[in-house]
Write a protein that binds this ligand. Structure first.
Ligand code: OGA
Ligand code: MN
Length: 290
């Protein structure tokens, strides 16, 4: 391998050292993609890419994807600033509960890439949960019950109704627009999605965007989905990215959910985010007709 790789957890995540993301040979590129397929969350240490270099690096993995509802950098339409200022206290932050990015879209984005720029002295970690290993750990009976199902995802936090955290003020530094009627729409996705690079099935639901099981009410769905959210978030399926200066982090939204820990009031945190590729989720198993 043309770089040093150390696993973060036994099944999920790896730290890559000894490469320059601005200058990858074909062998580096191939080895990085193979590591990404297996580990699904990669942290490349000591990078500090500027916005142009981050876009160039991101394009190795597919076409850049422009996110709806979130304002990009003025001079870089493919980059958003994930920012909380020191004086933004007791606000909800971007991505602070388990989610896969924009999973409610018909063709949700596949890869998300974050470059650290300014970090709090402690805190502001990013957590990931392994949706493939969480699926594997279920009993055969549970797998058989879940595998043909679809779940409804909705972008309601960008929609016309009140945010799930009610009156809590939103951060102002990430300019997110709300009130979009199309974000209220529910879309059916397979509950068990295929992570094509590894061929593994992955649970595809999250408390941020999943509203209910298809064909059932939210109330009827609540105990099954609640069980799955608890299961996914078990410590043995999760890893924690403790950011270091220069870290370049990337994950595959088909195979993990993530959350930004909002525990660093009083400190500035700035990351640059690019998003790559999008696709209609592929079911891991045959779906029931709907
Ligand atoms: C995101 C996100 C996590 C973080 O950029 O999609 O959820 O730790 N960010 O800021
Ligand atoms: Mn996110």
């Amino acid at each position: 391998m043309p770089f040093d790789l150390s696993p973060i957890g036994p099944t999920l995540g790896a730290i890559i050292e000894g490469i320059d993301a601005r200058d990858l040979s074909d062998a580096d590129d191939a080895a990085l993609k193979a590591a990404f397929a297996e580990h699904r969350v990669l942290v490349l240490r000591d990078q500090s890419l500027g916005a142009d270099d981050q876009v160039t690096f991101s394009a190795r993995f597919g076409p850049l994807y422009r996110m709806p509802y979130v304002k990009p950098l003025a001079d870089h339409p493919d980059v958003i600033a994930v920012l909380k200022e020191a004086d933004e206290v007791k606000v909800s932050t971007f991505g602070s509960w388990w989610h896969a990015d924009f999973s409610y879209l018909e063709e949700p984005p596949v890869y998300s890439i974050l470059q650290a720029h300014e970090l709090p002295p402690a805190g502001g970690d990013t957590l990931f949960a392994d949706l493939c290993t969480a699926y594997d750990a279920l009993s055969d009976g549970m797998k058989a019950m879940l595998s043909p199902l679809k779940v409804m995802h909705s972008g309601h936090i960008y929609g016309t109704k009140l945010a799930p955290d009610g009156e809590k003020a939103r951060m102002r530094s990430v300019e997110v627009s709300t009130g979009h009627v199309e974000a209220d729409v529910e879309r059916a996705h397979p509950l068990v999605r295929l992570h094509q690079p590894s061929g593994r099935p992955a649970l595809f639901c999250s408390p941020t965007y999943t509203t209910r099981l298809e064909g059932m009410t939210a109330t009827e769905s609540a105990s099954i989905l609640g069980y799955l959210y608890e299961h996914i978030a078990r410590p043995e399926f999760t890893i924690r990215q403790r950011w270091q200066a220069g870290d370049l982090l990337m994950w595959d939204n088909r195979a993990v959910v993530h959350l930004a820990v909002n525990d660093y009031d009083g400190h500035r945190r700035l990351l640059h985010r690019t998003t790559v590729a999008s696709e209609r989720p592929v079911p891991a198993f045959n779906q029931e007709d709907s």
